[in-house]
Design a protein around this ligand. Structure first.
Ligand code: FES
Length: 121
């Protein structure tokens, strides 16, 4: 078996910014402010000089009810977030220090009630 090439980025983060029409039963990350949060995340990652981290917008990641959501590779760790403070914590704890933000983690079987982080804004 051929070995995989070394990852191009140390961390590759995909933040859903999909927006469904108003009133859609699943809701959407875009309807909950995901675009502005993505903009903040990208700007802060740049300000922090995280050159080996790539933040990309993603289409629907199919966890709409839990959004806004992101997934971080290569770990495959998911977060739900609401505020700039949530993103600052993910940047500091996960992307810089390699830890996990326990209060924002999404488990595979998470339900919408599990993805309501305290409003820290
Ligand atoms: S709209 Fe974000 S996961 Fe579907």
């Amino acid at each position: 078996m051929i070995a995989d090439p070394k990852p191009y980025y140390r961390i590759h983060l995909f933040a859903c910014t999909n927006r469904r029409p108003e009133g859609h039963p699943r809701g959407s990350c875009g309807a909950r402010g995901a675009e502005g949060l993505r903009d903040y995340l990208k700007a802060r990652a740049k300000e922090l000089g995280l050159k080996d981290v790539r933040v990309n917008s993603a289409g629907c990641l199919d966890r709409c009810e839990l959004g806004p959501v992101m997934v971080i590779y290569p770990e495959g760790v998911w977060y739900a977030y609401r505020t700039h403070a949530d993103l600052d914590e993910i940047l500091d704890v996960h992307l810089i220090k390699g830890g996990r933000v326990a209060r924002l983690l999404l488990q595979p079987d998470a339900q919408p009630a599990d993805a309501q982080p305290a409003d820290a804004s």
